[in-house]
Design a binder for this molecule. Structure first.
Ligand code: ATP
Length: 430
């Protein structure tokens, strides 16, 4: 039997009115269909922690699809069914999303369920979840609205800040939980419970990560990188040999960790000045820099990274090497070397430099913005009669360099005219 507590007061205090109304309504739909209906997972955990989270995950003891279509009778919602998992998602027009799943046990299609079996059905569903902190349910049906069900000492673990699996085979059953454990540990500043940690290490060292599809691992890795400060999680992954099992052959060193640290701490600042790019792409570039070349193709195809990545890496390394040798980092020199690098290349390069040089690189990006020449290829063709081709490119490049060196916008055309008077073979040789 579970520990039960009424948490309806907590719901009232902590959740927005709109969400509360929805939860009540879901309970009423459950009543209409004679289906026990529960709020489960992360939202329950976060309600108790007093962290805003309105990802509504519902489990019903009955057919989830029938449940969703009944909701549609009352509201103008969109339903998306995921057949293979017996789940469906309900989308409200204001952006609220509800995921409904059928309680997963071998009995889920049994029509009439006795009360004691009823409890054991949700219990079995919760038992299949990753960690105790994620394995609580709140009943939504009217009679018992707000009843928290805790079968596995979940609330105590949550209060103590412990990540604990629910049974010994948990990581073997689903090795992506290895990454999830790290994510929750770092996010909440919790601790992985000792036995859980032992089993986690064993699963890693016995090669269970290698048995999961690359896509699932990548999804979990991206969730880790989406957390506010992923560098600690990455450090933890390195310490636990997880990185080595995800990316075989990687030589991890203090240097590599330092590059990860810089990448993640500087990410937001740089992101504002570049195009969009993915953290995981640049992280993998740093990994590949430290991995024997033979493994590159394997890693890229296992995780479905862009096929062009080795090329991007090669370009980045070439620029990096020149930068490391370059003594005079004036902006025109930087421009001659790399023009405006793509976001990935910029993040990658930047991670290799200390604060001082990184600041120069950042200022360089800003200077590129504020000194963009007004004269462009179109003007050169129309006004100066140049033909499309390498000459225009070279003139524009020289002009950009001059602007970066302080040439005012008002003197751009004079500069171009002067350049055009020089014999072509002299241009670009300054
Ligand atoms: P977040 O706050 O990051 O969304 P979450 O706990 O909601 O965290 P989800 O990945 O959205 O995480 O999963 C929802 C719930 O589904 C979890 O709380 C957990 O109970 C269960 N779950 C998710 N993935 C697994 C898994 N690999 N194994 C077991 N249970 C899982």
């Amino acid at each position: 039997t579970p520990i039960t507590t009424k948490v309806d007061k907590l719901i009232e205090e902590r959740l927005p009115r709109r969400i509360q109304t929805l939860l009540r309504f879901l309970g009423v739909v459950g009543d209409e269909l004679l289906m026990p209906t529960y709020l489960v997972g992360g939202m329950v955990r976060d309600l108790l922690l007093n962290i805003p989270n309105y990802d509504i995950d519902v489990v019903v003891e009955g057919d989830a699809r029938i449940f969703s279509h009944t909701v549609k009778r009352y509201f103008d919602v969109k339903i998306v069914e995921h057949k293979s998992f017996k789940t469906s998602s309900i989308f409200f027009s204001d952006g609220v999303r509800i995921d409904v799943a059928t309680a997963r046990t071998e009995f889920y299609e049994e029509p009439a369920v006795l009360p004691n079996v009823e409890t054991s059905t949700i219990k079995k569903d919760l038992y299949r979840r990753d960690f105790s902190i994620n394995a609580m349910a709140i009943k939504l049906n009217h009679e018992e609205y707000g009843l928290l069900l805790d079968f596995f000492g979940c609330r105590k673990d949550l209060a103590k800040g412990i990540i604990r699996i629910l049974h010994n085979l948990s990581f073997i059953e689903d090795p992506t939980r290895i990454l999830r454990a790290i994510r929750f540990e770092q996010r909440f500043g919790f601790k992985i419970e000792e036995r859980t940690l032992q089993l986690l290490k064993k699963a890693v060292n016995d090669g269970y990560l290698e048995r999961v599809t690359g896509q699932r691992l990548r999804d979990e890795l991206e969730k880790i990188l989406a957390e506010p400060e992923p560098q600690n999680a990455v450090k933890r992954m390195t310490k636990l040999d997880i990185l080595k099992h995800l990316f075989p052959g990687v030589r991890h060193s203090k240097e590599l960790q330092k590059h990860f640290d810089r990448l993640f701490t500087r990410w937001e600042t740089i992101e504002k000045l570049t195009n969009e790019s993915r953290k995981i792409t640049v992280m993998v570039m740093l990994v590949l820099e430290n991995t024997p070349e033979e493994s590159t193709d394997w890693i890229i195809s296992r995780y479905g990274f862009p096929k062009r990545l080795p090329e991007v890496l090669k370009t980045s390394l070439r620029i990096l090497k020149k930068l490391q040798e370059m003594e005079d980092w004036r902006f025109s020199n930087l421009y001659r070397l790399m023009e405006r690098p793509s976001a990935e290349i910029f993040h990658f390069i930047d991670a290799h430099f200390d604060e001082k040089k990184s600041n120069i690189l950042l200022k360089y990006l800003k200077a590129l913005e504020s000194n963009k020449p007004k004269v462009n290829g179109g003007i050169l063709i129309q006004k100066y009669g140049l033909k499309e081709g390498p000459e225009i490119k070279m003139i524009l490049k020289e002009l950009y360099c001059a602007r970066l060196e302080g040439l005012p916008e008002s003197e751009e055309e004079a500069f171009v005219r002067k350049l055009l008077k020089e014999p072509p073979e002299m241009r670009g040789k300054r």
